[in-house]
Write a protein that binds this ligand. Structure first.
Ligand code: 4F9
Length: 252
């Protein structure tokens, strides 16, 4: 999978893309990440990439020409067309379904906005969709682009060591994860739940599902409302609710 990232600050990407899992995925050519400095496509001797907005007002606007030229330069010789994403607070929120969808493209081009925004004609000419990573404003689209590349890359086959570990994630199944434990068996008088030491795989699986359902119910009930639960999940969720009522009664 190929990522081409149009940015004014390519150096921001060096650390995150040269570390850990993404670094290994690049070495294995499972993913390819190319950062393109928009400034190299500026058209005047001052290398201008932004200007004040027509109509007045504060801030600067990214110019359309340098971005448009950079986009053509990286994509004109591609055998398969690219899907182009603008990272901006005006986009649809990124979630795991969208991440999975994006992982099916061979080529993704990401455009990182900056300052007050980008000229509207960037959207109209080359952007296929606009994506936000949350309802807050950042200094630019670079960190969101890194978030998107990280989330999408780990869905690419072979990037995670254990091939199906991305399929066991929080959100993949629409539920939050159950608690995890490793050595030691006891820490500050807190013991690892007995069932996890039992070696009884069916019981462990059921315990984990029950904890997942309980966490999701307590922390993200909105996720449960969206999800079609299986019969078994419904049964265990009922059990969780019954036990929680009991807990409240004890407290009252
Ligand atoms: C982009 C914020 C995507 C959240 C881009 C300033 C942004 C952003 N998600 N903020 N430029």
């Amino acid at each position: 999978m190929n990522f081409d990232i149009l940015t004014l600050f390519p150096e921001m990407f060096e650390g995150p893309f040269s570390t850990s899992i993404l670094s290994r995925a690049r070495e294995k050519n499972l993913i390819n990440i190319n950062t393109i400095n928009i400034r190299n496509y500026a058209e005047d001797k001052h290398n201008t990439t932004d200007e004040p907005p027509y109509g007045g007002g504060a801030g600067m606007v990214l110019k359309v020409n340098p971005i448009y030229k950079a986009w053509h330069d990286v994509n004109e010789n591609k055998s398969e067309s690219t899907h182009t994403v603008l990272l901006s607070p005006q986009g649809q929120s990124l979630n795991q379904d969208k991440v999975k969808e994006l992982s099916s493209y061979k080529n993704l081009t990401l455009i990182c906005g900056h300052y007050e925004g980008v000229d509207e004609r960037v959207r109209k000419s080359i952007v296929d969709e606009e994506i936000s990573i949350g309802d807050y404003v950042l200094t630019g689209g670079e960190l969101p682009a890194m978030v998107l590349v990280d989330a999408v890359s780990r869905m690419v086959n072979g990037v995670l060591g254990d091939n199906d570990s991305s399929k066991k994630d929080s959100f993949y199944e629409g539920l939050l994860e159950h608690p995890h434990y490793t050595r030691p068996r006891e820490f500050a008088e807190m013991k690892v739940p007995e069932v996890l030491l039992s070696g009884h795989h069916a019981k462990i699986k059921r315990w984990r599902l029950k904890k997942s359902l309980k966490r999701t119910l307590n922390r993200r009930p909105d996720l449960l409302e969206k999800k079609d639960l299986t019969k078994k999940q419904k049964k265990i969720l009922k059990e969780v609710k019954r036990e929680m009522k009991g807990e409240n009664n004890e407290q009252n």
